[in-house]
Design a protein around this ligand. Structure first.
Ligand code: GUN
Length: 301
């Protein structure tokens, strides 16, 4: 079987184009300009790259964008004060505090200090709870699972997943659990599998939709994939690639792509699958927040 290779870069570009168009209309109609603030503490190079690309994408969408870089030894109280300022700032509709934070800062405390109405990461208990109770339209949905759902809907050509079996491998708060809740809200029959699940290959083979979010390079083998399944690989793992030369590395997902692609009906590559969707959905969440304030419907994707 030759699978449909899901082009996340193309879908992300389409989402951003919709956001950009809706932003221009929102500004023209109401004067409300979506505003996003990204806060980074410390100098982790990977985090700095992410934060820069978020700022750039926000600018492309026509948003007001602010980035705050705070030193690695910032006191927790000072970060809480920054969050309080942003909560109170009417120009800001979305707040993202880049994770991980330095060890001396309690991440949970910072996340819960963000106004849930500006929590575009969807990590606040209020948003987690709304997703868990099926209030999808009111909640902010974490960006990676939200983007994965867009890819699934477009790959399968439908948003009602009634009659389909979904297996999510991985139970993180950021991906696995919200992903399972989204699939459930779309009427799929959902199982969450994890490191203690017996006979994972057999369970995975029952899945019409298989989502891998474990962070283990190429753990999910081709013969774990049901023929025709939609395979969504959330993993991004850097591994040694001696075949490319000494000291070289390459990116792989949690799925052994080449063998899985022989069974799958549709599959996301790594890189270029789920990855590009995350920032696109952050823009979508920020626009949704601004639309909510302005009393205007947000677009769907
Ligand atoms: N670090 C890596 N991914 C994310 C994310 O989605 N949100 C935040 N806040 N930090 C991250």
């Amino acid at each position: 079987m030759t699978p449909n290779v899901i082009d996340g870069k193309l879908v992300a570009e389409d989402v951003v184009a919709i956001v950009k168009d809706a932003t221009a209309k929102l500004v023209a109609k109401t004067g409300v300009v979506p505003g996003i603030a990204v806060v980074i503490v410390g100098e982790d190079p990977a985090s700095q790259v992410y934060v820069r690309s978020k700022g750039k994408k926000a600018h492309d969408c026509g948003f007001h964008s602010e980035t705050y870089t705070m030193p690695a030894d910032t006191a927790e109280a000072d970060l809480l004060a920054k969050v309080a300022d942003l909560n109170a700032d009417p120009a800001i509709h979305g707040i993202l505090v880049q994770l991980p934070l330095p060890k001396h800062i309690d991440e949970g405390k910072i996340i819960q200090a963000i106004d849930p109405g500006k929590d575009v990461d969807g990590f606040h208990f209020i948003n987690v709870g709304m997703l868990g109770t099926g209030e999808i339209d009111k909640a902010f949905i974490p960006c990676t699972p939200a983007g994965s759902m867009v890819l699934i809907r477009r790959a399968l050509g439908k948003s009602d997943l009634s009659g389909l079996t979904a297996v999510v491998v991985g139970r993180s708060n950021i991906v696995g659990k919200p992903m399972a809740n989204l699939l459930l809200a779309a009427n799929a029959t959902v199982t969450i599998a994890h490191s203690r699940t017996p006979d994972l290959p057999a369970l995975a083979r029952t899945a019409d939709i298989l989502v891998a979010a474990v962070g283990r390079p190429e753990m999910i083998k081709g013969d774990w994939v049901k023929p025709g399944a939609c395979v969504i690989d959330v993993g991004i793992n850097r591994i040694d690639a001696p075949e490319k030369g000494e000291g070289k590395t390459r990116l792989v997902g949690d799925v052994a792509y080449d063998s899985a692609a022989t069974n799958a009906g549709s599959i996301t590559p790594v890189p270029g699958g789920v990855g590009p969707m995350t920032i696109a959905m952050l823009m979508a969440n920020t626009l949704a927040s601004a639309c909510r304030e302005a009393g205007v419907d947000a677009p769907s994707y």
